[in-house]
Write a protein that binds this ligand. Structure first.
Ligand SMILES: N[C@@H](CCC(=O)N[C@@H](CS)C(=O)NCC(=O)O)C(=O)O
Length: 310
Protein backbone atom coordinates (compact mmCIF):
# COMPACT_ATOMS: atom_id res chain seq x y z
CA UNK A 1 0.00 0.00 0.00
CA UNK A 2 1.08 3.60 -0.35
CA UNK A 3 0.25 6.74 -2.30
CA UNK A 4 1.69 9.41 -4.57
CA UNK A 5 2.53 12.80 -3.09
CA UNK A 6 3.55 15.49 -5.58
CA UNK A 7 4.35 12.71 -8.00
CA UNK A 8 6.60 10.74 -5.61
CA UNK A 9 5.78 7.30 -4.24
CA UNK A 10 5.32 7.13 -0.45
CA UNK A 11 5.26 3.72 1.11
CA UNK A 12 2.69 3.58 3.89
CA UNK A 13 0.61 0.87 5.51
CA UNK A 14 -2.16 3.28 6.48
CA UNK A 15 -5.56 3.79 4.94
CA UNK A 16 -7.75 6.86 5.47
CA UNK A 17 -9.96 6.87 8.57
CA UNK A 18 -12.02 9.73 9.99
CA UNK A 19 -12.19 10.94 13.61
CA UNK A 20 -14.71 8.23 14.50
CA UNK A 21 -12.33 5.52 13.28
CA UNK A 22 -14.40 4.82 10.20
CA UNK A 23 -12.80 4.10 6.80
CA UNK A 24 -13.00 7.10 4.44
CA UNK A 25 -12.50 6.22 0.78
CA UNK A 26 -10.76 9.07 -1.07
CA UNK A 27 -12.37 10.31 -4.31
CA UNK A 28 -10.88 9.22 -7.63
CA UNK A 29 -9.13 12.14 -9.35
CA UNK A 30 -9.17 11.34 -13.09
CA UNK A 31 -12.75 11.86 -14.25
CA UNK A 32 -12.89 12.43 -18.00
CA UNK A 33 -15.26 10.77 -20.46
CA UNK A 34 -14.87 9.36 -23.96
CA UNK A 35 -17.19 10.70 -26.68
CA UNK A 36 -17.29 12.23 -30.15
CA UNK A 37 -17.82 15.63 -28.48
CA UNK A 38 -14.92 15.31 -26.07
CA UNK A 39 -12.06 17.66 -27.02
CA UNK A 40 -9.42 14.99 -26.40
CA UNK A 41 -10.80 11.53 -25.83
CA UNK A 42 -12.70 10.26 -28.90
CA UNK A 43 -14.02 6.72 -29.24
CA UNK A 44 -11.45 4.85 -31.35
CA UNK A 45 -10.48 1.26 -31.82
CA UNK A 46 -7.25 0.29 -30.01
CA UNK A 47 -6.76 3.66 -28.44
CA UNK A 48 -7.56 2.86 -24.78
CA UNK A 49 -6.03 0.44 -22.30
CA UNK A 50 -7.56 -0.84 -19.09
CA UNK A 51 -5.42 -1.61 -16.05
CA UNK A 52 -7.13 -3.98 -13.61
CA UNK A 53 -6.64 -6.36 -10.73
CA UNK A 54 -8.63 -9.60 -10.86
CA UNK A 55 -8.94 -9.33 -7.07
CA UNK A 56 -10.54 -5.91 -7.02
CA UNK A 57 -14.35 -5.66 -7.03
CA UNK A 58 -14.27 -2.14 -8.57
CA UNK A 59 -12.09 -3.36 -11.45
CA UNK A 60 -14.25 -6.47 -11.79
CA UNK A 61 -17.30 -4.42 -12.77
CA UNK A 62 -15.32 -2.80 -15.61
CA UNK A 63 -14.22 -6.21 -16.90
CA UNK A 64 -17.81 -7.46 -16.81
CA UNK A 65 -19.02 -4.45 -18.79
CA UNK A 66 -16.11 -4.71 -21.26
CA UNK A 67 -17.15 -8.29 -21.94
CA UNK A 68 -20.92 -7.64 -22.13
CA UNK A 69 -20.33 -4.80 -24.59
CA UNK A 70 -17.92 -6.87 -26.72
CA UNK A 71 -15.07 -4.44 -26.22
CA UNK A 72 -12.32 -7.04 -25.86
CA UNK A 73 -10.88 -6.36 -29.29
CA UNK A 74 -11.17 -2.58 -28.88
CA UNK A 75 -9.83 -2.00 -25.36
CA UNK A 76 -6.70 -3.90 -24.32
CA UNK A 77 -6.04 -4.97 -20.70
CA UNK A 78 -3.14 -5.49 -18.29
CA UNK A 79 -3.70 -7.41 -15.05
CA UNK A 80 -1.59 -6.61 -11.97
CA UNK A 81 -0.19 -9.26 -9.60
CA UNK A 82 -2.48 -9.97 -6.62
CA UNK A 83 -0.07 -8.80 -3.89
CA UNK A 84 -0.25 -5.07 -3.18
CA UNK A 85 2.67 -4.35 -0.84
CA UNK A 86 5.44 -1.73 -0.40
CA UNK A 87 5.25 -0.55 -4.01
CA UNK A 88 1.49 -0.79 -4.38
CA UNK A 89 0.16 -2.71 -7.37
CA UNK A 90 2.93 -4.44 -9.37
CA UNK A 91 3.09 -5.92 -12.84
CA UNK A 92 4.44 -9.39 -13.50
CA UNK A 93 3.42 -12.75 -14.86
CA UNK A 94 4.64 -15.07 -12.13
CA UNK A 95 1.11 -15.50 -10.70
CA UNK A 96 -1.42 -17.29 -12.93
CA UNK A 97 -3.27 -14.91 -15.26
CA UNK A 98 -1.40 -11.78 -14.09
CA UNK A 99 0.42 -9.91 -16.85
CA UNK A 100 3.31 -7.57 -17.42
CA UNK A 101 2.46 -4.03 -18.47
CA UNK A 102 2.56 -4.80 -22.20
CA UNK A 103 1.72 -1.22 -22.99
CA UNK A 104 4.30 0.84 -21.10
CA UNK A 105 6.59 -1.87 -19.69
CA UNK A 106 6.23 -0.42 -16.20
CA UNK A 107 7.05 -2.39 -13.06
CA UNK A 108 4.49 -0.61 -10.86
CA UNK A 109 1.07 0.90 -11.43
CA UNK A 110 2.17 4.17 -9.80
CA UNK A 111 4.41 4.74 -12.85
CA UNK A 112 1.28 4.88 -15.03
CA UNK A 113 -0.07 7.63 -12.76
CA UNK A 114 3.29 9.46 -12.84
CA UNK A 115 3.33 9.34 -16.63
CA UNK A 116 -0.14 10.85 -16.79
CA UNK A 117 0.51 13.54 -14.18
CA UNK A 118 4.11 13.83 -12.88
CA UNK A 119 3.01 15.91 -9.87
CA UNK A 120 -0.16 14.13 -8.80
CA UNK A 121 -1.11 13.51 -5.19
CA UNK A 122 -3.48 10.56 -4.91
CA UNK A 123 -3.90 6.90 -4.09
CA UNK A 124 -2.88 4.57 -6.88
CA UNK A 125 -5.95 2.46 -7.52
CA UNK A 126 -7.34 0.09 -10.12
CA UNK A 127 -9.21 0.23 -12.43
CA UNK A 128 -7.50 2.78 -14.70
CA UNK A 129 -8.59 3.66 -18.23
CA UNK A 130 -5.50 4.94 -20.05
CA UNK A 131 -5.24 6.73 -23.40
CA UNK A 132 -2.38 5.43 -25.55
CA UNK A 133 -2.29 8.56 -27.76
CA UNK A 134 -1.98 11.28 -25.14
CA UNK A 135 -0.41 8.96 -22.51
CA UNK A 136 -2.95 10.26 -20.02
CA UNK A 137 -5.28 8.54 -17.62
CA UNK A 138 -8.81 9.22 -18.84
CA UNK A 139 -10.64 7.93 -15.78
CA UNK A 140 -9.92 5.91 -12.63
CA UNK A 141 -13.44 5.72 -11.22
CA UNK A 142 -15.11 2.39 -11.93
CA UNK A 143 -18.69 3.70 -11.80
CA UNK A 144 -17.81 6.11 -14.61
CA UNK A 145 -15.71 3.67 -16.64
CA UNK A 146 -18.68 1.29 -16.84
CA UNK A 147 -20.88 4.14 -18.13
CA UNK A 148 -18.25 4.93 -20.78
CA UNK A 149 -18.18 1.27 -21.82
CA UNK A 150 -21.99 1.10 -21.85
CA UNK A 151 -22.38 3.67 -24.62
CA UNK A 152 -19.22 5.35 -25.96
CA UNK A 153 -18.06 2.63 -28.33
CA UNK A 154 -21.45 1.53 -29.71
CA UNK A 155 -20.67 2.89 -33.15
CA UNK A 156 -17.55 0.74 -33.34
CA UNK A 157 -19.06 -2.47 -31.99
CA UNK A 158 -22.68 -2.14 -33.15
CA UNK A 159 -23.55 -3.46 -29.71
CA UNK A 160 -26.39 -1.26 -28.49
CA UNK A 161 -27.28 -3.25 -25.37
CA UNK A 162 -28.03 -0.72 -22.66
CA UNK A 163 -27.35 -1.52 -19.03
CA UNK A 164 -28.45 1.95 -17.87
CA UNK A 165 -31.68 2.43 -19.85
CA UNK A 166 -33.43 5.80 -19.54
CA UNK A 167 -36.69 4.42 -18.15
CA UNK A 168 -34.89 2.62 -15.28
CA UNK A 169 -32.30 5.26 -14.40
CA UNK A 170 -33.93 6.65 -11.29
CA UNK A 171 -34.47 3.15 -9.85
CA UNK A 172 -30.90 2.14 -10.74
CA UNK A 173 -29.48 5.32 -9.19
CA UNK A 174 -31.46 4.76 -6.00
CA UNK A 175 -30.34 1.16 -5.54
CA UNK A 176 -26.73 1.99 -6.50
CA UNK A 177 -26.59 4.59 -3.74
CA UNK A 178 -27.69 2.18 -1.05
CA UNK A 179 -25.60 -0.73 -2.36
CA UNK A 180 -22.47 1.45 -2.61
CA UNK A 181 -22.62 2.77 0.95
CA UNK A 182 -23.84 -0.32 2.78
CA UNK A 183 -22.37 -3.14 0.69
CA UNK A 184 -19.67 -2.32 -1.94
CA UNK A 185 -17.89 0.18 0.28
CA UNK A 186 -19.66 -1.19 3.35
CA UNK A 187 -17.51 -4.33 3.54
CA UNK A 188 -14.39 -2.10 3.53
CA UNK A 189 -15.87 0.10 6.25
CA UNK A 190 -16.44 -3.00 8.36
CA UNK A 191 -12.99 -4.45 7.67
CA UNK A 192 -10.97 -1.25 8.09
CA UNK A 193 -12.84 0.08 11.16
CA UNK A 194 -10.53 1.29 13.87
CA UNK A 195 -13.10 1.59 16.67
CA UNK A 196 -15.77 -0.79 17.92
CA UNK A 197 -18.44 1.89 17.37
CA UNK A 198 -17.45 2.36 13.70
CA UNK A 199 -17.46 -1.41 13.19
CA UNK A 200 -20.87 -1.81 14.84
CA UNK A 201 -22.46 0.84 12.62
CA UNK A 202 -20.95 -0.50 9.40
CA UNK A 203 -21.66 -4.17 10.11
CA UNK A 204 -25.29 -3.43 11.01
CA UNK A 205 -25.78 -1.37 7.84
CA UNK A 206 -24.24 -4.15 5.78
CA UNK A 207 -26.39 -6.98 7.09
CA UNK A 208 -29.58 -4.88 7.22
CA UNK A 209 -29.11 -4.11 3.55
CA UNK A 210 -28.29 -7.71 2.63
CA UNK A 211 -31.48 -8.79 4.48
CA UNK A 212 -33.51 -6.28 2.46
CA UNK A 213 -32.00 -7.35 -0.86
CA UNK A 214 -32.63 -11.00 -0.02
CA UNK A 215 -36.35 -10.21 0.49
CA UNK A 216 -36.44 -8.06 -2.66
CA UNK A 217 -34.99 -10.91 -4.74
CA UNK A 218 -37.71 -13.27 -3.55
CA UNK A 219 -39.93 -12.02 -6.36
CA UNK A 220 -37.47 -11.05 -9.13
CA UNK A 221 -34.31 -12.26 -10.85
CA UNK A 222 -32.56 -8.87 -11.10
CA UNK A 223 -32.31 -5.83 -8.87
CA UNK A 224 -34.18 -3.47 -11.22
CA UNK A 225 -36.70 -3.90 -14.05
CA UNK A 226 -36.36 -7.65 -14.44
CA UNK A 227 -33.35 -7.30 -16.74
CA UNK A 228 -29.61 -7.23 -16.18
CA UNK A 229 -28.58 -3.63 -15.44
CA UNK A 230 -25.67 -1.66 -14.10
CA UNK A 231 -27.13 -2.18 -10.61
CA UNK A 232 -26.45 -5.95 -10.84
CA UNK A 233 -23.04 -5.40 -12.41
CA UNK A 234 -22.08 -3.19 -9.45
CA UNK A 235 -23.38 -5.59 -6.79
CA UNK A 236 -22.20 -8.99 -8.02
CA UNK A 237 -18.40 -8.49 -7.59
CA UNK A 238 -18.94 -7.88 -3.86
CA UNK A 239 -21.24 -10.90 -3.46
CA UNK A 240 -18.80 -13.22 -5.25
CA UNK A 241 -16.05 -12.23 -2.79
CA UNK A 242 -18.23 -12.43 0.30
CA UNK A 243 -17.72 -15.91 1.73
CA UNK A 244 -14.06 -16.25 0.70
CA UNK A 245 -12.73 -12.95 1.98
CA UNK A 246 -15.16 -10.41 3.43
CA UNK A 247 -16.75 -12.88 5.85
CA UNK A 248 -13.44 -13.78 7.51
CA UNK A 249 -10.83 -11.16 6.62
CA UNK A 250 -13.14 -8.14 7.03
CA UNK A 251 -15.14 -9.62 9.98
CA UNK A 252 -18.42 -9.50 8.02
CA UNK A 253 -19.32 -12.70 9.78
CA UNK A 254 -22.89 -12.43 10.95
CA UNK A 255 -23.87 -14.60 7.98
CA UNK A 256 -22.37 -15.98 4.80
CA UNK A 257 -23.80 -15.35 1.35
CA UNK A 258 -24.90 -19.00 1.21
CA UNK A 259 -27.16 -18.32 4.22
CA UNK A 260 -29.28 -15.98 2.09
CA UNK A 261 -31.41 -18.19 -0.20
CA UNK A 262 -32.38 -15.52 -2.72
CA UNK A 263 -29.11 -13.59 -2.82
CA UNK A 264 -27.28 -16.88 -3.18
CA UNK A 265 -29.36 -18.16 -6.11
CA UNK A 266 -29.20 -14.69 -7.70
CA UNK A 267 -25.38 -14.82 -7.40
CA UNK A 268 -25.23 -18.30 -8.90
CA UNK A 269 -27.45 -17.27 -11.78
CA UNK A 270 -25.31 -14.19 -12.52
CA UNK A 271 -22.06 -16.10 -12.06
CA UNK A 272 -23.15 -18.44 -14.83
CA UNK A 273 -23.28 -15.60 -17.33
CA UNK A 274 -20.20 -15.78 -19.51
CA UNK A 275 -19.16 -12.18 -18.90
CA UNK A 276 -19.11 -12.79 -15.16
CA UNK A 277 -17.72 -16.32 -15.01
CA UNK A 278 -14.79 -15.57 -17.33
CA UNK A 279 -13.81 -12.44 -15.37
CA UNK A 280 -13.87 -14.05 -11.89
CA UNK A 281 -10.55 -15.34 -10.53
CA UNK A 282 -10.81 -16.69 -6.99
CA UNK A 283 -7.07 -17.36 -6.78
CA UNK A 284 -6.37 -13.61 -7.19
CA UNK A 285 -9.15 -12.67 -4.79
CA UNK A 286 -7.99 -14.91 -1.95
CA UNK A 287 -4.29 -14.18 -2.39
CA UNK A 288 -4.76 -10.40 -2.64
CA UNK A 289 -6.85 -9.77 0.43
CA UNK A 290 -5.04 -12.05 2.87
CA UNK A 291 -1.58 -10.94 1.69
CA UNK A 292 -2.00 -7.23 1.09
CA UNK A 293 -3.57 -5.81 4.23
CA UNK A 294 -0.75 -6.24 6.70
CA UNK A 295 -2.41 -3.91 9.21
CA UNK A 296 -5.26 -6.36 9.70
CA UNK A 297 -3.51 -9.65 8.81
CA UNK A 298 0.18 -9.03 9.62
CA UNK A 299 1.29 -12.65 9.22
CA UNK A 300 -0.49 -13.09 5.88
CA UNK A 301 -2.19 -16.27 7.03
CA UNK A 302 -4.70 -17.56 4.51
CA UNK A 303 -7.45 -19.22 6.54
CA UNK A 304 -9.29 -22.35 5.48
CA UNK A 305 -12.16 -20.93 3.50
CA UNK A 306 -15.49 -22.65 3.03
CA UNK A 307 -15.65 -24.54 -0.29
CA UNK A 308 -16.36 -22.14 -3.12
CA UNK A 309 -20.01 -22.35 -3.99
CA UNK A 310 -19.83 -20.98 -7.52
N1 LIG B 1 -13.59 4.54 -6.27
C1 LIG B 1 -12.64 3.72 -6.93
C2 LIG B 1 -12.03 2.76 -5.92
C3 LIG B 1 -10.98 1.86 -6.51
C4 LIG B 1 -10.16 1.17 -5.41
O1 LIG B 1 -10.15 1.58 -4.24
N2 LIG B 1 -9.44 0.10 -5.79
C5 LIG B 1 -8.59 -0.59 -4.82
C6 LIG B 1 -8.49 -2.06 -5.14
S1 LIG B 1 -9.88 -2.99 -4.61
C7 LIG B 1 -7.18 -0.08 -4.91
O2 LIG B 1 -6.61 -0.05 -5.99
N3 LIG B 1 -6.60 0.30 -3.76
C8 LIG B 1 -5.24 0.75 -3.68
C9 LIG B 1 -5.07 1.83 -2.64
O3 LIG B 1 -6.05 2.35 -2.11
O4 LIG B 1 -3.93 2.17 -2.37
C10 LIG B 1 -13.34 2.98 -8.06
O5 LIG B 1 -14.49 2.57 -7.88
O6 LIG B 1 -12.74 2.85 -9.11
Amino acid sequence: MGFLKNGLWNNSLRFNVNEEGSFDRPNSIFREGVSLDHPQFKPERNRYHLYVSYACPWAHRTLIMRSLKQLESIISVSVVMPDMLENGWEFGDSFENATKDHLNQNCYLYEVYQKSDPTCTCRVTVPVLFDKYTQKIVNNESSEIIRIFNTSFNLLTNNNDDYYPKQLRSDIDAINEVVYHAINNGVYKVGFSQTQAAYDVAVNDLFNQLDKLDSHLNSCDYLVGNQLTEADIRLIPTLLRFDSVYHTHFKCNKKQLRDYPNLYSYSQHLFNLDAIKTTTFFSHIIRHYYYSHKLINPYQIVPVCPDPVF
